[in-house]
Write a protein of this length. Structure first.
Length: 255
């Protein structure tokens, strides 16, 4: 884990209010793993005393990585105003990421809304390892299905769900999981999205006796496990999402 001054290489708006930021930072990019995150100092005044956590979205080489974020408050609004060549104070890589077991042959990834953020780097690593990949992606509308065409080219098959029915199944992405498991026969499942979605993924994967890893989200104060603001309940007691996660075995969480 390093605290560094990272250079912004590129900012791109990929949907209304949703951006990617690309950083040049060898210390973090060369060590980052899918599922880990960085802690970002978004500004200099008292509105930014606390850093903001962002999943490592893509690892683009030994010195370059990206985050994906949605503008929801002062911190993300500040990031949306950045320009190339500006510098941010960031800490990372932080937390425990996803595990790809030796011998893995087939997997399903379940992404709900902005839950796609930590999964793209995992998808790209799975693709490099030539593991059969099936994706379940859900969002409120067709326009919110981020990276749909890109993911469609990588996955053996992609199952879509939108709440308004503008594309794919009308409803929740987990409505499709039973069918996808029976058709794709995965060795494991990875998921990130709203907590209710993760709970259902955990229940369905347990029903089929398939291992599942879920990326949890919590508000974080310090990011190093000291403030205890990000705890979640597990079968072994309360754990800190920032240092014990954010990725957990789905059976470990008390939903």
């Amino acid at each position: 884990m390093f605290q560094v001054k990272a250079h912004v290489l590129l900012k791109e708006q990929i949907a209304p209010g949703i951006y990617t930021l690309r950083f040049f930072c060898r210390e973090i990019a060369s060590r980052a793993k899918p599922g880990q995150f960085i802690h970002v100092k978004c500004g200099e005044n008292r509105n930014f005393i606390l850093r903001r956590p962002f999943s490592i979205h893509r690892i683009l080489g030994p010195d370059t990585f990206e985050i994906l974020f949605k503008v929801v408050g002062k911190g993300t609004s500040c990031l949306a105003q950045l320009h190339p060549h500006e510098i941010l104070d960031i800490i990372g890589p932080m937390g425990n990421g996803f595990t790809i077991d030796d011998g893995l042959k087939s997997t399903i990834l379940v992404a709900g809304g902005m839950g796609i953020a930590p999964l793209v780097s995992l998808i790209e690593e799975i693709d490099l390892q030539r593991i059969r990949l099936y994706i379940l992606q859900g969002a409120a509308t067709r326009e919110r299905l981020l990276y749909f065409m890109y993911l469609k080219r990588i996955a053996r098959k992609i199952f879509l769900a939108t709440e308004d029915g503008s594309i794919g199944h009308k409803g929740l992405v987990t409505d499709l999981l039973h069918v996808a498991i029976k058709e794709c026969k995965p060795d494991c499942i990875y998921a990130c999205g709203p907590e209710e979605m993760l709970k259902e993924v955990a229940e369905i994967s347990s029903e089929f006796e398939i291992p599942a890893q879920v990326s949890m989200e919590r508000r974080m104060g310090c990011g190093i496990g000291a403030c205890l603001s990000c705890v979640c309940e597990t079968r072994d007691g309360y754990k800190r999402v920032c240092v014990d996660g954010p990725v957990f075995d789905a059976t470990e969480i008390v939903w």
